[in-house]
Design a protein around this ligand. Structure first.
Ligand code: FAD
Length: 413
């Protein structure tokens, strides 16, 4: 792969740079450059309002949802153009977290399965950030084994009545709409009795309870459904075809999470370059230098793996199970690096306040967030199973419930 811009790419980069220079919210840059990993502290500015305002500005100029077709509010950009946009948007991209699930997972699913009137009604408002979307898949008893879900949808006239509970629903407390996978038939095998819908998150009977995390934030929620009604015309795909529809969402999730992952290497290098140990400057410590070299090699392996995925997309290919490798390597590496960084800082490593901690507490924030990275969008073990079975061709995991009707699968209840 050639990493230099060709003339067309150079011209696209110049257009992006000119627009960003004229429009990016520079007042936020000092906060964004210091922002802790996966958090958005903008001082006295309202982070939610600023994120929405930046999104709307991008949308009005045609720079929101780069991969989407123009008729639904996107830009119709090529994979390489998306990479160039990401490189140029830089720190301002941190304002986009609120919209990731809508843009990367819900939107593509609605685009594939809703009717034309619904696409025209919902997608541009999702793209502009006017309406926020969430993904209601996981349940207390079904995360990795998503097809084991129990939230029930029962037909009642032209509606479906939903009862059950979802969990780990990112951003549900801010969301206007969500995509929801339910069980509509327990008499068939678990993957066959599922049906997908989209719904208004303000519908009567929905109870959203934020979950408090170790880092003090509440990124995700429990969502309870008590006789919530969804009109049948908000069904995505045929009754019983929910698994097929969910695979559209999950494939987009893999590409949206697994493409290019932060690793903590630049932060660790910055820390090592400034920190004084009792023995002298940290950067001169031989044991640390050996580790830095190892992390640098792994981070470059990830960078070029991600570049290979971009090349495959440019050739019109769909990245397969090999896209799982990025998160599987980056997640544990982030955790390892952040732990080493806190060890290096000795007792001051316990400080998490961005005003006091070294590097604005970014490595502490990485440590607190990294376990989530190793779980979201497929745990390490599930990714290893995917790579073992579908890349290396090793024997499959034991699936004791294969072929059984869902209602006959033994449970502890
Ligand atoms: C930051 C974050 C955001 C999330 N956002 C959303 C969201 O917006 N919407 C949503 O629906 N969900 C969301 N999730 C939930 C996520 O999809 C699940 O947490 C994930 O699928 C794992 O499921 P689980 O937590 O039930 O763990 P389990 O599936 O119960 O796994 C528990 C342990 O068992 C291991 N295990 C399970 N099965 C196997 C197997 N076959 N072989 C080997 N080991 C196995 C796992 O690796 C893990 O270590 C989010 C999670 C996180 C961390």
């Amino acid at each position: 792969m050639n990493f230099d811009d060709n003339p067309q790419e150079a011209s696209f980069r110049a257009t992006v740079r000119t627009w960003l220079d004229a429009n990016a919210p520079t007042k936020l840059l000092p906060y964004l450059e210091k922002a802790s990993f996966a958090t958005l502290d903008l001082g006295d500015y309202d982070a939610y309002a600023e994120a929405k305002a930046w999104r709307k500005k991008k949308f009005d100029a045609g720079w929101a949802c780069l991969a989407w077709p123009k008729e639904y509010g996107g830009h119709g950009a090529s994979p390489i153009e998306r990479v160039i946009w990401g490189q140029e948007e830089g720190a301002y991209a941190a304002l986009g977290g609120l919209f990731t699930i809508g843009e990367g997972m819900c939107g593509p699913t609605v685009m594939a399965y809703a009717d034309e009137a619904q696409k025209t009604r919902y997608l541009p408002k999702l793209a502009s950030g006017e309406e926020i979307w969430c993904q209601l898949f996981s349940e207390p008893g079904s995360g990795s084994d998503l097809a084991g879900l129990r939230t029930k949808a029962e037909a009642d006239g032209d509606d479906w009545v939903i009862n059950g509970q979802k969990i780990w629903t990112s951003g549900a407390q801010h969301s206007d709409f969500g995509i929801l996978i339910t069980r509509t038939d327990a008499s068939v095998a678990k993957h066959q009795g599922l049906t997908m819908f989209f719904l208004d998150m303000k519908s009567p009977g929905i109870d959203i309870r934020p979950i408090k995390q170790a880092n003090g934030q509440s990124g995700f929620n429990e969502v309870y459904f008590n006789d919530v009604r969804i009109p049948d015309d908000q069904r995505l795909g045929a009754v019983g075809d929910g698994w097929k529809v969910a695979l559209t969402t999950l494939m987009n999730e893999r590409m949206s999470i697994g493409g290019s992952m932060p690793t903590g290497v630049p932060e660790m290098l910055a820390l090592a370059s400034t920190l004084q140990l009792e023995s002298g400057p940290a950067i001169e410590d031989r044991a640390l230098r050996e580790k830095l070299a190892d992390w640098h090699c792994r981070a470059n392996g990830l960078k070029y793996t991600s570049a290979r995925l971009t090349s495959a997309l440019s050739r019109g290919e769909t990245p397969g199970p090999e896209a799982s490798i990025g998160k599987l390597v980056a997640g544990p590496m982030m955790q390892e690096i952040a732990m080493a960084a806190l060890d290096l800082q000795d007792l001051s490593g316990m400080m998490v306040d961005p005003q006091e901690a070294a590097l604005s507490g970014r490595l502490q924030a990485i440590l607190l967030r990294s376990p989530a990275t190793r779980v979201e969008g497929g745990t390490d073990e599930i990714l290893r199973n995917i790579i073992a079975e579908r890349v290396l061709g090793l024997p499959g995991d034991i699936r004791a419930d294969k072929g059984l009707a869902f209602k006959d699968i033994p449970t502890g209840r």
